[in-house]
Design a protein around this ligand. Structure first.
Ligand SMILES: Nc1nc2c(ncn2[C@@H]2O[C@H](COP(=O)(O)OP(=O)(O)O)[C@@H](O)[C@H]2O)c(=O)[nH]1
Ligand SMILES: [Mg+2]
Length: 400
């Protein structure tokens, strides 16, 4: 592996040299700040020294280097069991300490390579990494993005929290994209959106919010279909809502009733479909739901996830619901979530775009469309750029 050392007056400047010389694939192996004597011997000044190599070369060395260290230590152990003269013993212990040092060095490089232990980072970048971790962005993703910023951003950008946030949000927009906001056609076939998920995830609430909030679809001619026929309370809940909001409602018990229900709601622009929650052990219910949705052919099927659930649980739910053909993710309870950044992880994992974010129990004012810029406020605690007067989600206990 060929390493190169770059020195400069600032860390950011040294990194810029690394980038210019070795390109974006560079791996930082070591970085340190040193005091040097100034040219005329008048006191000292600080310089930054960064040692870097090409990632392809580091990888190759890591593979062969670890092997070599292991082989050598096995040999040493074997030879050590034989009797030898004091001189030989001295040589052996020297060799052994060299192997130990080699191990340490390789361990250090491997660590750097995995970005678990980035070199002394510019303060603002380190702050951004901490913010991502605190907001629940998966550690590996957060460190990868930080490493990318370290190599790709210029020295001035690395000193600016806004520029770092902009860079990271740009990356998030690709990893966890916002859903395309399709305008609902005002004539022709109604557009159909179904909401699926675990019991209590917030499916019915999200549907109710979308039907009543002007930020949702309240201006459209809406029809409702409920497939949640297993619990009397659920039927009552949606019936009461339909009556109070004045929206037509069809309750569908089996796939053969689907065409009649759709015919009755043919004059609507948008049909929102509420479904029964399926718990992990309810595989039959999930199969029934799959058949119902095959008959209904929704244009969008949103997996509604509770944002306070751990990423592991969210991904288990997503795996279970794969069979119904999820197209979007919508999240609820962001008002209660300590780690709102976890939505990036689940979108990245499922490769589904993020649509709606709900943040309270009120029907109006606690729902918004996801935009990557949302992370500026909720992960990096900066004020949003694109929406003047943007109000961050607040904790609330008020009921609708
Ligand atoms: N705090 C909070 N509560 C919510 C939110 N969304 C739903 N809920 C509550 O979660 C509970 C279950 O919601 P519901 O829509 O009936 O869940 P479903 O079983 O998936 O239909 C209700 O008490 C809702 O008021 C939210 O964004 N924030
Ligand atoms: Mg429900």
């Amino acid at each position: 592996m060929q390493t190169r050392t770059f020195t400069a007056r600032s860390f950011a400047e040294a990194l810029a040299k690394v980038k210019a010389d070795l390109g974006d694939g560079a791996v930082i192996l070591k970085s340190e700040k040193r005091a040097t004597q100034s040219a005329f011997g008048l006191g000292s000044r600080e310089i930054y020294e960064v040692t870097a190599a090409l990632s392809t070369e580091v990888k190759a060395d890591l593979a062969s280097g670890t092997e070599f260290a292991n082989e050598l230590s096995v040999k040493l152990r074997d030879e050590n069991t034989e009797r030898r003269s004091p001189g030989q013993n001295y040589e052996m212990s020297l060799l052994r300490s060299e192997v130990a040092a080699l191990r340490d060095q390789l361990g250090g490089i491997a660590k750097h390579f995995k970005y678990n232990n980035l070199p002394a980072m510019p303060e603002q970048l380190s702050k951004s990494l901490t913010q991502m971790a605190e907001a629940g962005i998966e550690q590996e993703l957060a460190t990868d993005l930080t490493a990318e910023a370290l190599v790709q951003l210029g020295p001035n950008e690395l000193n600016s929290p806004e520029q770092i946030t902009q860079f990271v949000i740009g990356k998030f927009a690709k990893i966890a994209p916002p859903a395309v906001n399709r305008p609902v056609a005002r004539s022709g076939k109604p557009y159909k959106i179904a909401f699926v998920g675990s019991p209590g995830a917030g499916k019915t609430s999200t549907l109710q919010k979308l039907a009543t909030d002007p930020k949702g679809y309240s201006k459209q001619k809406i029809g409702l279909i409920s497939l949640d026929t297993h619990r009397l309370a659920a039927i009552e809940q949606i019936r009461t809502f339909a009556r109070v909001s004045g929206l037509p409602l069809e309750i569908v018990y089996s796939p053969k009733d689907v065409s009649t229900a759709l015919a009755k709601l043919a004059g609507c622009h948008l049909i929102m479909i509420d479904t029964a929650g399926c718990a992990p052990n309810e595989t039959q219910r999930l199969d029934d739901l799959t058949h119902m949705l095959e008959a209904l052919q929704p244009d969008e099927t949103h997996l509604v996830l509770n944002a306070t659930a751990r990423s592991l649980e969210q991904s288990a739910v997503a795996r279970r619901f794969q069979q119904v053909g999820i197209t979007h993710l919508s999240l609820t309870r962001l008002d209660e979530s300590e780690q709102p950044g976890a939505l990036v992880t689940i979108s990245n994992l499922t490769k589904k775009p993020l649509a709606w974010l709900a943040s309270g129990q009120n029907f109006v004012g606690q729902l918004e469309r996801y935009r990557p810029d949302w992370l500026r406020t909720h992960v990096f605690h900066e004020t949003s750029r694109s929406t003047a007067g943007f109000v961050p989600l607040k904790k609330t206990t008020a009921h609708a």
